[in-house]
Design a protein around this ligand. Sequence first.
Ligand SMILES: O[C@H]1[C@H](O)[C@@H](O)[C@H](O)[C@@H](O)[C@H]1O
Ligand SMILES: [Fe+2]
Ligand SMILES: [Fe+2]
Length: 304
Amino acid sequence: MTIVIEQPLNEVGREEKRLVSDSHELVLDGGFVVPEINSFGHTFRDYDADSERKKTVEEFYRNNHIHQSYEFVKKMREEYGKLNRVEMSIWECCELLNEFVDESDPDIDEPQIEHLLQTAEAIRKDYPDEDWLHLTGLIHDLGKVLLHPKFGQLPQWAVVGDTFPVGCAFDKSNVHHKYFEENPDFCNPKYNSKFGVYSEGCGLDNVLMSWGHDDYMYLVAKENKTTLPSAGLFIIRYHSFYPLHKHGAYTHLMNEDDKENLKWLHVFNKYDLYSKSKVRVDVEKVKPYYLSLIEKYFPAKLKW
Ligand SMILES: O[C@H]1[C@H](O)[C@@H](O)[C@H](O)[C@@H](O)[C@H]1O
Ligand SMILES: [Fe+2]
Ligand SMILES: [Fe+2]
């Protein structure tokens, strides 16, 4: 039996009908199904579950939290902000992601191109008219090409995983928080207070985030003059910032624009997280649609 639950208008003013079926799956009105468990039989983002991914993921966060310091992030942003490594189209770049598996992720061990298409296709089902959001889904993790030799072959800890501000105290809601104790900034009074080098409401644009695929892809999209709306750029830049969008930490650094854009990030996150599965998308079938979106919002070749 399926029960229809009428929901009030959600944050972005869209009526959402939820269907709760016997299998305890949540079905949004466009047909995307939010599963209760991941491919490994656990709830999503369970970093303590005894799964085959647990050790790899924890070791990943140990390295990530030790090495992502204020100095490191500044250096990487300057270096990669030059965008002088490669010229390539968005689609070519998607194909490069075929070889990589994300070591920070407890929910998926499929090649990353699958995840890009799974996310985009899930959004497309529920938001058929928001083509910018489909494309945002497709490219949100494209910055993971930093793992590729052509892009500097950075270690996983400098590319994937949740992100967090550097230059102020590391919030307790960060996963595996204890590993920050070995970060050089942890005991530095310049960087370890609530505000650190920032001030109340300064805006996320003025906050240095741990270096990785989010900020890199944001820089690439912006500098190559994408016509995506600001909510799309915000999603790309902060989708891994779980301490903020899941736990509400660091909100004292946000300004009014950030608060507006956060609404769309909440919508997006559902599809980014819960579309992770072993079900593969037929790449050749959906490729023409995504090529048309890329052409609409990006130049043919981008500087990376
Ligand atoms: O492990 C995942 C993965 O690296 C995602 O791409 C990132 O956006 C998430 O925040 C993280 O938890
Ligand atoms: Fe990501
Ligand atoms: Fe993702």
